[in-house]
Design a protein around this ligand. Structure first.
Ligand SMILES: NC(=O)c1ccc[n+]([C@@H]2O[C@H](COP(=O)([O-])OP(=O)(O)OC[C@H]3O[C@@H](n4cnc5c(N)ncnc54)[C@H](OP(=O)(O)O)[C@@H]3O)[C@@H](O)[C@H]2O)c1
Length: 490
């Protein structure tokens, strides 16, 4: 792995504190960082190296750091004082990097407000820091990438003035989770699934991400975003592409991303007049989560009293290709739901012949494949077997694969993603056409919702969301699958 200089814009912010520095420290502890890697924190505070190192030391205190590794890690850190809005700061940064003789391979990590992405990249370009003459130069962008299709296009055009697509790494930390990559391994490393993975055998697919937390002090940001932008446009559509894609020619970044884009392009567009048949939104009101009383969304600090921002969104999509035509994909996410859970639930069709009709088995339950991503890394198959006893009765049995029941290891998605940036591997990062097609899927809904500002459905905190969302389900025998434990539909 080549040496490089890792510049963090927003070195004093929340993302740097909770994700970036801990991930870099853990990589150092695992001996995965190149010896000559330096971390330069760019910030406007009147700090020097010693002050920033002290801050990072405090941030890492609860990670039980090893004293020797910590000392080595802190040595890598340097602080560069500058204001994002000050053009001279970029020239100063360029001189600082050159005079310090750090590696000319540069990573610029945008841990700053999305509103600043464009101007920072422009200034980096203006002082030659995006050039790749002496070494490579990479730009890492946090989500959200745009606010809708139009703003994403314009941001991309701004970035492309100075950075080529091959230099840009758009992070979706969801894709860095090992469990998400397990979807690919499960599908493409097991021959027995592939013949069944299509419209002939699959009734429908559900992709659910539920959180018991509310907006946790980020309501100011959340109120301008909402569940559809925050989760569905990005993470859940990404997950859908992994579940639905064709096997790629190989595992290189372009082959993988080509197949994901094909899925997004095949999603049947939602006409504005059909938005209500395909999408549902709601907002939480007060309730109880894990026995504790919690306030409603409108009572959270920084939320305008008339806000109709959705904290819950459900979507029904169809993928118009040979494999999936007319199989509904239900995507659903919510805050202040009963439990934290991320799960892909695949319901199979009933066998073509009701062979057991004359027995006590009146109606067989269908097979399900459940891929639980959080809080457990688990794949479960639900099958019907005969109950013990003289009668011909069936019951559901569960075949558990992988590490069901064990809480996820302490590894964080950011570690894998940061290593990939250093390595120049784009596989787990979003190419611009993925972002753009994902915006096209949700844009009609965003447009309609932005005009309907006088009413939003509600659901009590601590529940699985509003009952009315069931209207998206195509048939009466389909129902939401919330957790691994609960039984599937008929
Ligand atoms: N936090 C998360 O968990 C999370 C998760 C996913 C994505 N993100 C994305 O990550 C990015 C950063 O989020 P965050 O939560 O870390 O935000 P944050 O806590 O508000 O941090 C913003 C950082 O930008 C710095 N900054 C602001 N204006 C500046 C200026 N004029 N000159 C120099 N520095 C300036 C701040 O410096 P001061 O400390 O001096 O104010 C701070 O270090 C955003 O794009 C966000 O959407 C965050």
């Amino acid at each position: 792995m080549e040496d490089c200089t890792f510049v963090i814009f927003g070195a004093t912010g929340n993302l740097a504190k909770i994700k970036l520095l801990p991930a870099l420290y853990r990589l150092d502890a695992a001996d995965r960082l190149p010896a000559g890697l330096r971390v330069v924190g760019f910030g406007r505070r009147d700090w020097d190296d010693a002050r920033w190192r002290q801050q990072v030391h405090e941030w890492l205190a609860d990670k039980q750091p090893d004293a020797t590794v910590l000392a080595r890690f802190l040595e890598r850190l340097h602080f560069y004082q500058g204001d994002l809005g000050d053009e001279a700061a970029y020239g100063g940064l360029s001189t600082f990097l050159a005079e310090a003789h750090y590696s000319p391979n540069l990573i610029f990590y945008m841990a700053i407000s999305p509103a600043d992405f464009g101007r920072v990249s422009r200034q980096l370009g203006a002082v030659g820091l995006s050039d790749e003459d002496g070494g490579w130069s990479r730009l890492v962008i946090e989500k959200p990438f745009g606010y809708d299709l139009e703003s994403a296009e314009s941001l991309n055009a701004r970035l492309n003035r100075d950075f080529q697509e091959s230099q840009i790494f758009r992070i979706d930390h969801y894709l860095g989770k090992g469990t998400i990559q397990n979807v690919l391994v499960f599908r493409f490393a097991n021959l027995m699934l592939e013949p069944l993975w299509n419209r002939n055998y699959i009734d429908h697919v559900q992709i659910t991400h539920s959180e018991s937390l509310g907006t946790e002090g980020r309501a100011g940001y959340y109120d301008t975003s909402g569940a559809l932008r925050d989760m569905i446009q990005s993470h859940l559509l990404q997950l859908l592409t992994l579940v639905a894609m064709e096997p790629p020619a190989n595992l290189d970044a372009e082959s993988l991303r080509d197949e994901k884009v094909k899925v997004l392009r095949s999603i049947r567009p939602i006409h504005q007049s059909a938005v209500n048949a395909h999408a549902f939104r709601a907002q939480y009101v007060g309730g109880r989560v894990d026995g504790a009383k919690v306030p409603g969304y409108l009572e959270e600090p920084d939320v305008p009293p008339t806000s109709v921002t959705e904290t819950y969104a459900a979507f029904k999509l169809y993928i118009d290709n040979w494999r999936w035509r007319n199989v509904p994909f239900y995507l659903r996410t919510g805050k202040r739901m009963r439990k934290n859970n991320s799960m892909v639930s695949i319901r199979f069709k009933h066998p073509p012949q009701q062979l057991f009709r004359e027995t006590h088995i009146e109606r067989l339950k269908p097979n399900w494949i459940l891929m639980n991503l959080q809080p457990h890394d688990c794949i479960r198959l639900e099958m019907q077997v005969k109950q013990q006893g003289l009668e011909m009765r069936a019951e559901t049995t569960r075949l558990d694969a992988s590490y069901c029941g064990i809480a996820q290891a302490q590894l964080d998605a950011y570690e894998a993603l940061l290593l990939d940036v250093i390595d120049g591997d784009h596989s787990l990062f979003l190419r611009y056409d993925e972002v753009s097609w994902a915006w096209r899927v949700v844009d009609p809904v965003l447009k309609v919702w932005s005009t309907e500002r006088d009413f939003i459905h509600t659901y009590p905190s601590g529940t699985w969301g509003p009952k009315e969302a069931e209207r998206l389900l195509e048939r009466q025998d389909q129902r939401w699958r919330n957790t691994l434990e609960e039984e599937g539909g008929e």
